[in-house]
Write a protein that binds this ligand. Structure first.
Ligand code: FRU
Length: 451
Protein backbone atom coordinates (compact mmCIF):
# COMPACT_ATOMS: atom_id res chain seq x y z
CA UNK A 1 0.00 0.00 0.00
CA UNK A 2 1.08 3.56 -0.63
CA UNK A 3 0.46 4.31 3.03
CA UNK A 4 -2.43 4.89 5.36
CA UNK A 5 -4.27 8.09 4.62
CA UNK A 6 -4.18 8.85 8.34
CA UNK A 7 -0.39 8.77 8.46
CA UNK A 8 -0.25 11.49 5.80
CA UNK A 9 -2.58 13.81 7.66
CA UNK A 10 -0.59 16.54 9.40
CA UNK A 11 -0.46 15.85 13.14
CA UNK A 12 1.07 18.99 14.59
CA UNK A 13 0.01 21.57 12.01
CA UNK A 14 -3.26 23.34 12.81
CA UNK A 15 -6.06 22.03 10.62
CA UNK A 16 -9.72 21.16 10.85
CA UNK A 17 -10.83 17.64 11.76
CA UNK A 18 -12.38 17.53 8.32
CA UNK A 19 -13.36 19.86 5.48
CA UNK A 20 -11.78 23.06 4.27
CA UNK A 21 -9.55 25.66 5.90
CA UNK A 22 -7.61 28.59 4.45
CA UNK A 23 -5.97 31.75 5.81
CA UNK A 24 -4.72 32.11 9.38
CA UNK A 25 -6.47 35.08 11.00
CA UNK A 26 -5.82 37.30 14.00
CA UNK A 27 -3.17 35.45 16.02
CA UNK A 28 -2.97 36.91 19.53
CA UNK A 29 -1.55 36.07 22.95
CA UNK A 30 -4.36 36.61 25.42
CA UNK A 31 -4.86 35.55 29.05
CA UNK A 32 -1.84 33.24 29.01
CA UNK A 33 -2.59 31.46 25.72
CA UNK A 34 -1.93 31.83 22.01
CA UNK A 35 -5.13 32.03 19.96
CA UNK A 36 -5.04 31.41 16.25
CA UNK A 37 -8.13 31.83 14.07
CA UNK A 38 -8.52 30.66 10.49
CA UNK A 39 -10.90 30.58 7.57
CA UNK A 40 -13.04 27.46 7.94
CA UNK A 41 -15.78 25.99 5.81
CA UNK A 42 -17.23 23.27 8.06
CA UNK A 43 -19.61 22.05 5.33
CA UNK A 44 -17.25 20.74 2.66
CA UNK A 45 -13.65 20.18 1.54
CA UNK A 46 -14.14 23.03 -0.96
CA UNK A 47 -13.90 26.71 -0.17
CA UNK A 48 -17.29 28.10 0.88
CA UNK A 49 -18.66 30.98 2.96
CA UNK A 50 -16.22 30.88 5.85
CA UNK A 51 -16.46 30.98 9.63
CA UNK A 52 -13.53 31.92 11.78
CA UNK A 53 -12.14 28.63 13.10
CA UNK A 54 -10.32 28.83 16.42
CA UNK A 55 -7.27 27.01 17.82
CA UNK A 56 -5.58 27.64 21.15
CA UNK A 57 -2.18 26.70 22.57
CA UNK A 58 -0.13 27.55 25.60
CA UNK A 59 3.21 26.43 24.14
CA UNK A 60 2.83 27.35 20.43
CA UNK A 61 3.15 23.72 19.33
CA UNK A 62 0.30 21.70 20.81
CA UNK A 63 -2.97 23.19 19.59
CA UNK A 64 -6.55 22.45 20.56
CA UNK A 65 -9.13 23.24 17.92
CA UNK A 66 -12.24 24.75 19.54
CA UNK A 67 -15.67 25.52 18.12
CA UNK A 68 -15.70 28.18 15.45
CA UNK A 69 -15.41 31.67 16.91
CA UNK A 70 -17.26 33.77 14.33
CA UNK A 71 -20.05 32.67 12.02
CA UNK A 72 -22.01 34.76 9.49
CA UNK A 73 -25.09 36.50 10.91
CA UNK A 74 -28.20 36.08 8.73
CA UNK A 75 -29.24 39.53 7.54
CA UNK A 76 -26.02 41.07 8.90
CA UNK A 77 -23.19 42.73 6.95
CA UNK A 78 -21.23 39.44 7.10
CA UNK A 79 -24.12 37.18 6.04
CA UNK A 80 -22.11 35.89 3.05
CA UNK A 81 -19.05 34.99 5.14
CA UNK A 82 -16.61 36.13 7.80
CA UNK A 83 -13.56 36.57 5.60
CA UNK A 84 -10.03 37.31 6.76
CA UNK A 85 -8.96 39.91 9.27
CA UNK A 86 -7.04 40.47 12.47
CA UNK A 87 -7.40 40.90 16.22
CA UNK A 88 -6.04 43.54 18.58
CA UNK A 89 -6.27 43.94 22.35
CA UNK A 90 -8.11 47.09 23.43
CA UNK A 91 -9.57 48.29 26.74
CA UNK A 92 -9.45 44.87 28.42
CA UNK A 93 -11.03 43.10 25.47
CA UNK A 94 -10.00 41.63 22.15
CA UNK A 95 -11.39 43.29 19.05
CA UNK A 96 -11.59 41.32 15.79
CA UNK A 97 -11.73 43.35 12.59
CA UNK A 98 -12.62 41.19 9.63
CA UNK A 99 -14.06 41.27 6.16
CA UNK A 100 -17.83 40.92 6.09
CA UNK A 101 -19.20 39.83 2.74
CA UNK A 102 -22.69 39.83 1.26
CA UNK A 103 -24.22 36.74 -0.28
CA UNK A 104 -23.07 37.56 -3.80
CA UNK A 105 -19.53 38.03 -2.50
CA UNK A 106 -19.44 41.37 -4.29
CA UNK A 107 -19.68 43.83 -1.39
CA UNK A 108 -16.88 43.81 1.17
CA UNK A 109 -16.94 45.81 4.41
CA UNK A 110 -14.83 45.83 7.58
CA UNK A 111 -16.85 44.40 10.45
CA UNK A 112 -15.90 44.32 14.12
CA UNK A 113 -16.59 42.00 17.05
CA UNK A 114 -15.35 42.01 20.64
CA UNK A 115 -14.62 39.27 23.14
CA UNK A 116 -12.82 38.63 26.39
CA UNK A 117 -12.08 35.63 28.62
CA UNK A 118 -11.29 32.63 26.45
CA UNK A 119 -12.31 34.31 23.17
CA UNK A 120 -15.05 31.80 22.46
CA UNK A 121 -18.00 34.22 22.70
CA UNK A 122 -18.04 37.29 20.45
CA UNK A 123 -20.32 40.29 20.33
CA UNK A 124 -20.59 41.82 16.87
CA UNK A 125 -21.12 45.49 16.10
CA UNK A 126 -24.28 45.66 14.00
CA UNK A 127 -22.87 48.09 11.42
CA UNK A 128 -19.56 47.78 9.56
CA UNK A 129 -16.82 50.08 10.84
CA UNK A 130 -15.63 50.65 7.25
CA UNK A 131 -18.57 50.14 4.87
CA UNK A 132 -16.58 49.77 1.66
CA UNK A 133 -13.76 51.21 -0.44
CA UNK A 134 -13.12 54.97 -0.35
CA UNK A 135 -15.81 56.84 -2.33
CA UNK A 136 -14.99 57.08 -6.00
CA UNK A 137 -12.61 54.14 -5.93
CA UNK A 138 -13.59 50.85 -7.56
CA UNK A 139 -10.79 48.51 -6.62
CA UNK A 140 -10.69 44.95 -7.94
CA UNK A 141 -10.64 43.86 -4.31
CA UNK A 142 -11.03 45.49 -0.89
CA UNK A 143 -10.52 43.15 2.03
CA UNK A 144 -8.48 41.68 4.89
CA UNK A 145 -7.94 44.49 7.44
CA UNK A 146 -4.66 44.43 9.36
CA UNK A 147 -4.65 46.77 12.37
CA UNK A 148 -1.62 48.02 14.30
CA UNK A 149 -1.00 50.51 17.07
CA UNK A 150 0.71 53.71 15.94
CA UNK A 151 1.39 56.54 18.37
CA UNK A 152 -1.82 57.16 20.33
CA UNK A 153 -4.08 55.69 17.68
CA UNK A 154 -4.64 52.80 15.34
CA UNK A 155 -3.79 52.20 11.72
CA UNK A 156 -5.59 49.78 9.43
CA UNK A 157 -4.09 48.49 6.20
CA UNK A 158 -6.52 47.08 3.62
CA UNK A 159 -5.68 44.78 0.74
CA UNK A 160 -6.76 46.21 -2.62
CA UNK A 161 -5.73 46.63 -6.23
CA UNK A 162 -6.78 48.05 -9.54
CA UNK A 163 -7.27 45.71 -12.51
CA UNK A 164 -4.40 45.92 -15.02
CA UNK A 165 -2.78 48.63 -12.87
CA UNK A 166 -1.45 46.93 -9.80
CA UNK A 167 -1.79 45.92 -6.18
CA UNK A 168 -2.23 48.46 -3.44
CA UNK A 169 -2.42 48.67 0.33
CA UNK A 170 -4.82 51.34 1.58
CA UNK A 171 -4.25 53.12 4.89
CA UNK A 172 -6.88 54.18 7.45
CA UNK A 173 -6.54 55.78 10.86
CA UNK A 174 -8.71 55.63 14.00
CA UNK A 175 -8.65 56.61 17.67
CA UNK A 176 -11.14 54.03 18.86
CA UNK A 177 -11.21 51.16 16.30
CA UNK A 178 -14.78 52.17 15.37
CA UNK A 179 -14.54 55.47 13.47
CA UNK A 180 -12.03 55.22 10.62
CA UNK A 181 -10.67 57.93 8.38
CA UNK A 182 -9.13 57.09 5.00
CA UNK A 183 -5.56 58.40 4.83
CA UNK A 184 -4.56 57.29 1.31
CA UNK A 185 -2.59 54.51 -0.35
CA UNK A 186 0.13 53.26 1.97
CA UNK A 187 1.90 51.77 -1.02
CA UNK A 188 0.92 50.67 -4.53
CA UNK A 189 2.90 49.04 -7.29
CA UNK A 190 2.68 48.62 -11.02
CA UNK A 191 1.65 45.11 -11.96
CA UNK A 192 4.14 45.08 -14.85
CA UNK A 193 7.09 45.61 -12.45
CA UNK A 194 8.92 42.36 -11.87
CA UNK A 195 12.28 43.38 -10.43
CA UNK A 196 13.06 41.99 -7.92
CA UNK A 197 9.62 40.42 -7.70
CA UNK A 198 6.30 40.57 -9.53
CA UNK A 199 3.34 41.49 -7.31
CA UNK A 200 0.30 41.29 -9.61
CA UNK A 201 -2.93 43.31 -9.74
CA UNK A 202 -4.37 42.83 -6.26
CA UNK A 203 -3.01 42.22 -2.76
CA UNK A 204 -4.81 40.06 -0.24
CA UNK A 205 -4.03 39.72 3.45
CA UNK A 206 -1.64 42.64 3.97
CA UNK A 207 0.40 42.74 7.17
CA UNK A 208 2.37 45.76 8.27
CA UNK A 209 4.63 45.95 11.29
CA UNK A 210 7.91 47.44 12.52
CA UNK A 211 10.91 45.13 12.29
CA UNK A 212 14.19 46.42 13.70
CA UNK A 213 14.43 49.99 12.46
CA UNK A 214 12.35 49.28 9.33
CA UNK A 215 8.77 48.34 8.50
CA UNK A 216 7.69 45.18 6.75
CA UNK A 217 4.70 45.15 4.41
CA UNK A 218 3.66 41.57 3.67
CA UNK A 219 1.16 40.80 0.90
CA UNK A 220 -0.46 37.82 -0.77
CA UNK A 221 -0.34 38.30 -4.51
CA UNK A 222 -3.66 37.70 -6.29
CA UNK A 223 -3.82 38.06 -10.04
CA UNK A 224 -6.46 37.23 -12.64
CA UNK A 225 -8.56 35.52 -9.96
CA UNK A 226 -5.63 33.31 -8.93
CA UNK A 227 -3.77 33.12 -5.63
CA UNK A 228 -0.01 33.32 -6.31
CA UNK A 229 2.41 33.65 -3.36
CA UNK A 230 3.38 35.78 -0.38
CA UNK A 231 5.80 38.63 -0.89
CA UNK A 232 7.25 41.30 1.37
CA UNK A 233 8.66 44.78 1.10
CA UNK A 234 11.06 46.23 3.66
CA UNK A 235 11.30 49.96 3.95
CA UNK A 236 10.56 53.17 5.80
CA UNK A 237 7.24 54.53 7.01
CA UNK A 238 6.67 58.26 7.55
CA UNK A 239 3.25 57.90 9.18
CA UNK A 240 1.27 57.98 5.93
CA UNK A 241 3.39 56.49 3.12
CA UNK A 242 5.63 53.46 2.97
CA UNK A 243 8.80 53.55 0.84
CA UNK A 244 10.33 50.14 0.30
CA UNK A 245 14.01 49.59 -0.30
CA UNK A 246 13.93 45.85 -0.93
CA UNK A 247 11.49 43.04 -1.61
CA UNK A 248 11.32 39.28 -1.77
CA UNK A 249 9.19 36.26 -1.05
CA UNK A 250 8.09 35.23 2.42
CA UNK A 251 8.36 31.58 1.38
CA UNK A 252 9.83 30.20 -1.82
CA UNK A 253 7.65 27.10 -1.95
CA UNK A 254 4.48 26.60 -4.01
CA UNK A 255 2.15 25.89 -1.10
CA UNK A 256 2.23 28.92 1.18
CA UNK A 257 -0.20 31.84 1.14
CA UNK A 258 -2.14 34.43 3.18
CA UNK A 259 0.57 34.87 5.83
CA UNK A 260 -0.27 36.87 8.91
CA UNK A 261 1.63 37.69 12.06
CA UNK A 262 1.73 38.97 15.62
CA UNK A 263 4.24 40.32 18.12
CA UNK A 264 4.35 37.90 21.05
CA UNK A 265 5.04 38.72 24.73
CA UNK A 266 8.73 37.87 24.20
CA UNK A 267 8.93 40.51 21.46
CA UNK A 268 9.14 37.93 18.67
CA UNK A 269 7.39 38.54 15.36
CA UNK A 270 5.56 35.26 14.75
CA UNK A 271 4.11 34.41 11.36
CA UNK A 272 1.78 31.70 10.06
CA UNK A 273 0.66 30.91 6.52
CA UNK A 274 -1.92 28.70 4.89
CA UNK A 275 -0.65 25.61 3.10
CA UNK A 276 -3.17 24.33 0.56
CA UNK A 277 -3.28 20.77 -0.73
CA UNK A 278 -1.25 19.85 -3.81
CA UNK A 279 -4.00 17.56 -5.05
CA UNK A 280 -6.41 17.56 -7.93
CA UNK A 281 -9.86 18.83 -6.99
CA UNK A 282 -11.25 15.32 -7.23
CA UNK A 283 -8.61 13.85 -4.92
CA UNK A 284 -9.06 16.66 -2.43
CA UNK A 285 -12.79 16.11 -2.31
CA UNK A 286 -12.34 12.39 -1.80
CA UNK A 287 -9.90 12.95 1.05
CA UNK A 288 -12.49 15.11 2.85
CA UNK A 289 -9.82 17.42 4.24
CA UNK A 290 -8.25 20.51 2.75
CA UNK A 291 -5.53 22.79 4.04
CA UNK A 292 -3.52 23.35 7.16
CA UNK A 293 -1.61 26.24 8.71
CA UNK A 294 2.17 26.22 8.79
CA UNK A 295 4.09 26.03 12.04
CA UNK A 296 4.73 29.38 13.77
CA UNK A 297 7.76 31.03 12.20
CA UNK A 298 9.91 33.75 13.75
CA UNK A 299 10.79 36.66 11.48
CA UNK A 300 13.95 38.67 12.14
CA UNK A 301 16.08 41.10 10.22
CA UNK A 302 19.82 40.69 9.97
CA UNK A 303 21.74 43.25 7.93
CA UNK A 304 18.81 43.87 5.55
CA UNK A 305 18.24 40.13 5.16
CA UNK A 306 14.95 38.70 6.30
CA UNK A 307 15.41 35.47 8.24
CA UNK A 308 12.47 33.19 8.89
CA UNK A 309 12.90 30.19 11.19
CA UNK A 310 10.56 27.85 13.05
CA UNK A 311 9.79 28.97 16.61
CA UNK A 312 12.27 27.33 18.98
CA UNK A 313 9.38 25.72 20.92
CA UNK A 314 8.96 23.25 18.04
CA UNK A 315 12.02 21.38 19.29
CA UNK A 316 9.75 20.33 22.16
CA UNK A 317 7.95 17.99 19.76
CA UNK A 318 11.03 15.90 19.17
CA UNK A 319 10.68 12.31 20.27
CA UNK A 320 13.24 9.63 19.68
CA UNK A 321 16.56 10.84 18.36
CA UNK A 322 17.31 8.70 15.32
CA UNK A 323 20.80 9.59 14.22
CA UNK A 324 23.74 11.89 14.13
CA UNK A 325 26.32 12.16 11.35
CA UNK A 326 29.51 14.14 11.41
CA UNK A 327 31.98 14.50 8.57
CA UNK A 328 31.37 13.18 5.08
CA UNK A 329 28.07 11.50 4.43
CA UNK A 330 28.18 8.93 1.68
CA UNK A 331 25.32 8.45 -0.71
CA UNK A 332 24.30 5.23 1.03
CA UNK A 333 24.10 6.92 4.38
CA UNK A 334 22.02 9.70 2.86
CA UNK A 335 19.58 7.15 1.53
CA UNK A 336 19.48 5.50 4.95
CA UNK A 337 18.44 8.79 6.49
CA UNK A 338 15.61 8.94 4.01
CA UNK A 339 14.42 5.40 4.58
CA UNK A 340 14.37 5.93 8.33
CA UNK A 341 11.86 8.73 7.85
CA UNK A 342 8.60 8.50 9.75
CA UNK A 343 5.44 10.43 8.90
CA UNK A 344 6.63 13.16 11.31
CA UNK A 345 10.25 14.08 11.82
CA UNK A 346 12.55 17.02 12.38
CA UNK A 347 16.01 17.18 10.78
CA UNK A 348 18.58 19.79 11.66
CA UNK A 349 21.79 19.88 9.62
CA UNK A 350 24.77 22.01 8.97
CA UNK A 351 26.10 21.36 5.48
CA UNK A 352 29.43 22.63 4.19
CA UNK A 353 29.47 22.47 0.40
CA UNK A 354 32.85 22.65 -1.34
CA UNK A 355 33.36 24.61 -4.53
CA UNK A 356 32.19 22.00 -7.02
CA UNK A 357 29.64 20.21 -4.98
CA UNK A 358 25.94 19.75 -5.26
CA UNK A 359 24.62 18.38 -2.00
CA UNK A 360 21.38 16.48 -1.97
CA UNK A 361 19.37 15.42 1.03
CA UNK A 362 16.95 12.74 0.01
CA UNK A 363 13.68 12.53 1.93
CA UNK A 364 10.66 10.26 1.82
CA UNK A 365 12.51 7.89 -0.49
CA UNK A 366 10.65 4.75 -1.51
CA UNK A 367 12.50 1.46 -1.21
CA UNK A 368 12.77 1.16 -5.01
CA UNK A 369 14.08 4.74 -5.26
CA UNK A 370 11.39 5.81 -7.75
CA UNK A 371 9.84 8.30 -5.40
CA UNK A 372 12.03 10.80 -3.59
CA UNK A 373 11.97 14.39 -2.43
CA UNK A 374 15.29 16.18 -2.62
CA UNK A 375 16.55 19.22 -0.73
CA UNK A 376 19.59 20.46 -2.66
CA UNK A 377 22.34 23.04 -2.42
CA UNK A 378 24.09 23.88 -5.65
CA UNK A 379 27.09 26.02 -4.98
CA UNK A 380 27.93 26.64 -8.65
CA UNK A 381 24.58 28.30 -9.33
CA UNK A 382 24.17 29.78 -5.84
CA UNK A 383 20.86 28.04 -5.71
CA UNK A 384 19.15 25.96 -3.07
CA UNK A 385 15.82 24.29 -3.36
CA UNK A 386 13.38 21.50 -2.89
CA UNK A 387 12.82 19.18 -5.82
CA UNK A 388 9.50 17.38 -5.70
CA UNK A 389 9.41 16.23 -9.33
CA UNK A 390 9.74 12.62 -8.19
CA UNK A 391 7.97 12.98 -4.85
CA UNK A 392 4.98 10.99 -5.94
CA UNK A 393 4.06 8.91 -8.95
CA UNK A 394 0.40 9.57 -8.25
CA UNK A 395 -1.31 11.56 -10.98
CA UNK A 396 -3.54 13.32 -8.49
CA UNK A 397 -0.75 15.37 -6.95
CA UNK A 398 1.21 18.34 -8.28
CA UNK A 399 5.00 18.14 -8.47
CA UNK A 400 7.75 20.62 -9.37
CA UNK A 401 10.91 22.31 -8.19
CA UNK A 402 11.03 25.24 -5.77
CA UNK A 403 14.18 27.30 -6.07
CA UNK A 404 15.71 30.04 -3.94
CA UNK A 405 18.80 31.97 -4.92
CA UNK A 406 21.01 32.15 -1.88
CA UNK A 407 24.47 33.60 -1.40
CA UNK A 408 26.07 30.15 -1.04
CA UNK A 409 29.84 30.28 -0.55
CA UNK A 410 32.27 27.38 -0.81
CA UNK A 411 33.22 26.03 2.62
CA UNK A 412 30.65 28.21 4.37
CA UNK A 413 28.20 26.23 6.50
CA UNK A 414 24.55 26.27 5.44
CA UNK A 415 21.87 25.58 8.02
CA UNK A 416 19.11 23.24 6.89
CA UNK A 417 16.04 22.40 8.94
CA UNK A 418 13.33 20.07 7.75
CA UNK A 419 9.99 19.67 9.50
CA UNK A 420 7.99 16.85 7.97
CA UNK A 421 4.46 16.22 9.18
CA UNK A 422 2.46 13.80 7.06
CA UNK A 423 1.81 15.46 3.73
CA UNK A 424 3.48 18.79 4.54
CA UNK A 425 7.18 19.56 4.46
CA UNK A 426 8.60 22.84 5.73
CA UNK A 427 12.23 23.31 4.76
CA UNK A 428 14.35 26.20 6.05
CA UNK A 429 17.66 26.83 4.28
CA UNK A 430 19.72 29.51 6.01
CA UNK A 431 16.52 31.17 7.19
CA UNK A 432 14.71 30.97 3.81
CA UNK A 433 11.54 28.89 4.16
CA UNK A 434 9.84 26.62 1.66
CA UNK A 435 6.47 25.03 2.38
CA UNK A 436 5.58 22.21 0.03
CA UNK A 437 3.17 19.27 -0.02
CA UNK A 438 5.31 16.52 -1.54
CA UNK A 439 3.19 13.69 -0.26
CA UNK A 440 -0.46 13.54 -1.00
CA UNK A 441 -3.07 12.26 1.39
CA UNK A 442 -5.41 10.55 -1.05
CA UNK A 443 -8.71 9.06 -0.14
CA UNK A 444 -8.87 5.30 0.20
CA UNK A 445 -10.30 4.86 -3.29
CA UNK A 446 -7.35 6.70 -4.77
CA UNK A 447 -4.70 4.73 -2.92
CA UNK A 448 -2.29 2.94 -5.12
CA UNK A 449 -1.01 -0.53 -4.50
CA UNK A 450 2.71 -0.75 -4.57
CA UNK A 451 3.03 -4.56 -4.44
C1 FRU B 1 -7.08 34.77 0.80
C2 FRU B 1 -8.56 35.15 0.80
C3 FRU B 1 -8.78 36.48 1.48
C4 FRU B 1 -10.21 36.39 1.90
C5 FRU B 1 -10.31 34.94 2.30
C6 FRU B 1 -11.66 34.31 2.05
O1 FRU B 1 -6.90 33.40 0.65
O2 FRU B 1 -9.05 35.18 -0.53
O3 FRU B 1 -8.51 37.60 0.66
O4 FRU B 1 -10.53 37.25 2.95
O5 FRU B 1 -9.33 34.24 1.54
O6 FRU B 1 -11.70 33.01 2.56
Amino acid sequence: MYGMTESLRPQVHVRAGKNWINDPNGPIFWNGAYHLFFQHNPRSPDWGPPNWGHAVSIDLVRWTVLDDALTPTPGGPDHGGCWSGCTVPHAGQVCALYTGVDTQGSSHAVCAAVSDGDLTQWRKLTEPVIPGPPPGMEPVGFRDPYVLRHGDGWLCVMGAGVASVGGSALLYRSDDLVTWEYVGPLYERDCSADDPIWTGEMWECPQFFPLGDRYLLGISVWHAEQTQYCAYFLGDFDGTRFSPTCAGRLDFGPDYYAATSMRDPRGRQLMWGWSWEALTTEARRESGLAGCLTVPRVVTLQDETLLIEPAEELAGLRGTHVGHHAGLVSRDEAVMLAVVSKPCYDVELELVPDAAQRIELELHASGDGRERTVVYLDISSGEAGVDTTASTLATFARTGVSRARLPLQPDQPVRVRVLADGSILEVFIDGQPCAVRPRSSPATSLQRSRG
